[in-house]
Write a protein that binds this ligand. Structure first.
Ligand SMILES: *Cc1c(COP(=O)(O)O)cnc(C)c1O
Length: 390
């Protein structure tokens, strides 16, 4: 038997030990941890909806109407009128015939890739895809091949060699880098090779595009180009859960064949009601996207002036790559001392020697919050200058 204690100790030595922090109270630009209030720059609550009064009120009303638990899987008797209404609203929002709720994005990805591909087929994935998509590629019986990050020549070569049905699947906004996949080029390649294209828009939905419809709206792509659209509800929408949107036949196939849809309890209806309220706010309050975009621009301008090692991201995800895990941990700890919460992201979540601070901005932040972050990053300059060059 493996000595677990020894393995954990080795992990600690390598600065790869992971620990949770206990949060007291709701998400927001300020968050309480260990009795201290910290300025929060690591939540995925990009629009500031996780603790929005209308979303919270909808959750409470949902609990009054539907109780706490959904009681069963969707195919048994757990599929409520709240779930169904949310699915219809999500489909309309995405401009597609149907949408299907999953309990989490992780499950949506596992269940969709595995339902659409099997032995003899090919799944092609960007090297920096989210862990849930990589795991999906490993769960399916299909042959999974990765290509270099956003490398369209490499994708074209993979397509040339692909066998059987081919599914290309990618993050739309890369979760640890913040950059966008070259979706128009990917759609053209998919069309030329008669392959499916599936996009995971966990970090684009609600945030990108003029109407908040995400990365596809940003690029002006529709269901002909991207037939399988996956979005999560726990990030920009501030709630919980996920969905896949597409054709009637796609959704009916998933209902019938997707094991992570069939063999799990439906998420609570109250959560679906909260998500419906969030979806209304995404549509009615475009100022949240505009304010967020202004904060991103403000942060990038300030960060460039400081000489921070930034990545080419125009989204709310603004990583500062420091290299070694130890450097990222030290910078995160120093910021924490100064009242700023930014998490250090280490391998295997990111490639070796690419540990980073993953800074995320939210529409709930003010300009003054961003200025405070910049001031504190400047104050710990020693840590990121030495970190980045080591
Ligand atoms: C967060 C995330 C997921 C998983 O979604 P959950 O609902 O949190 O399980 C999937 N894909 C990407 C790109 C993500 O960032």
């Amino acid at each position: 038997m493996r000595d677990l204690g020894q393995a954990l100790e080795a992990r600690r030595q390598q600065h790869l030990y992971r620990q949770r922090r206990i949060v007291e109270g709701p998400q927001g630009p300020r968050i309480r941890i260990d009795g201290r209030e910290l300025l929060n720059f690591c939540s995925n609550d990009y629009l500031g909806l996780a603790n929005h009064p209308e979303v919270v009120a909808a959750l409470k009303h949902g609990a009054d109407a539907y109780g706490a638990g959904s009681g069963a899987a969707h195919l048994v008797n757990g599929h409520s009128s709240a779930h169904h209404a949310l699915e219809e609203e999500l489909a309309a929002f995405c401009g597609r015939p149907r949408a299907l709720l999953f309990s989490t994005g992780y499950m949506a990805n596992l269940g969709t890739v595995a339902a659409l591909t099997g032995r003899g087929d090919t799944v092609l994935e960007d090297r920096l895809n989210h862990a849930s998509l990589i795991d999906a590629g490993q769960l399916t019986q299909a042959d999974m091949k990765r290509y270099g990050h956003a490398d369209m020549d490499a994708l074209a070569r993979r397509l040339q060699a692909a066998q059987g049905e081919t599914l290309i699947v990618s993050d739309a906004v890369f979760s640890m880098d913040g950059d966008l996949a070259p979706l128009p080029e990917m759609a053209a390649l998919a069309r030329d090779h008669d392959a499916w294209l599936m996009v995971d828009d966990a970090h684009g939905l609600g945030v990108l595009g003029q109407g908040g419809r995400g990365s596809l709206e940003h690029f002006g792509l529709g269901s002909d180009e991207v037939p399988i659209y996956m979005g999560t509800l726990g990030k920009g929408l501030g709630s919980f859960g996920a969905f896949v949107s597409g054709s009637e036949a796609l959704i009916e196939t998933l209902i019938n064949e997707s094991r992570t849809y069939i063999y799990t309890t439906a998420l609570p209806s109250a959560v679906a009601e909260a998500t419906r309220a969030a979806l209304r706010l995404v549509q009615s309050e475009s100022w949240r996207r505009e304010h967020l975009a202004a904060l991103v621009a403000r942060f990038r301008t300030g960060a460039e002036q400081l000489g921070l090692p930034m990545m080419p991201s125009q989204t709310a995800i603004q990583p500062v790559v420091l290299g070694e895990s130890e450097s990222a941990l030290a910078a995160s700890a120093a910021l924490m001392e100064r009242g700023i919460l930014v998490s250090a992201i280490r391998p295997p979540t990111v490639p070796k020697a690419a540990a980073r601070l993953r800074i995320t901005l939210s529409a709930a932040h003010s300009e003054a919050d961003v200025d405070t972050l910049l001031t504190q990053l400047e104050a710990i300059r020693e840590l990121w200058i030495t970190g980045a060059s080591s």
